[in-house]
Design a protein. Structure first.
Length: 189
């Protein structure tokens, strides 16, 4: 009676050894079907005019911003920046520094150790933009700022924000002009 039990355990052990770790992990997790297992549903596009809701106006400030490091708040909020580099938003401080040739690529070799300190510094971002045409009751909506920040529009402090996802959001209709200056201070953590 003991021999058949040992033979069964031995055969189960052989089966386990013949499976990859991915296969064993998948069996243990047992997630069910994958979205890729669902049959494809073909959707035909229909001809016609695209409609835009007239009451909503969205204006993106994505793209080229100026970025610089350090200095006091009064210097950055009230003066022109002579020492800035171009930074693409959405993006990161490290990406802007790599593209400007200020630091080596942090994803190569041990460069992460060299560039690590850049994340602990205070960085300033600036965007100059024109008022969107036919706009009123404007809101400034960020879809996330990493990680601790302060925001100014045309020299007026809008507020602070902490957290990477969602927000902040500010009512700016009373501050917006024909030409605007938006500044975001990113504090090192």
């Amino acid at each position: 009676q003991e021999l058949p039990k040992l033979q069964k355990e031995f055969s189960e052990l052989i089966i386990l050894k013949s499976k990859s770790l991915d296969e064993l992990d998948l069996e243990m997790y047992n997630p069910g079907s994958s979205p890729l297992d669902i049959p494809i549903e073909k959707i035909e596009l229909q001809k016609g005019e695209k409609s835009i809701i007239a009451s909503s106006l969205f204006f993106s400030l994505d793209g080229d911003w100026q970025m610089t490091e350090g200095e006091e708040e009064t210097e950055r909020v009230n003066n022109r920046w002579k020492d800035s580099i171009s930074s693409n938003v959405p993006g990161s401080v490290h990406t802007a520094l790599v593209e400007a040739g200020k630091i080596p690529d942090p994803t190569f070799g041990k460069n992460q150790m060299i560039v690590r300190e850049e994340g602990y510094k205070t960085w300033w971002m600036k965007k100059e933009f024109s008022r969107p045409k036919n706009s009123s009751n404007e809101k400034l909506i960020f879809e996330g700022i990493c990680n601790k920040s302060t925001v100014w529009l045309n020299g007026s402090k809008l507020g602070n924000h902490e957290g990477m996802f969602g927000g902040p959001e500010f009512e700016v209709g009373h501050l917006i002009k024909e030409q605007n200056n938006l500044i975001v201070k990113l504090e090192g953590v």
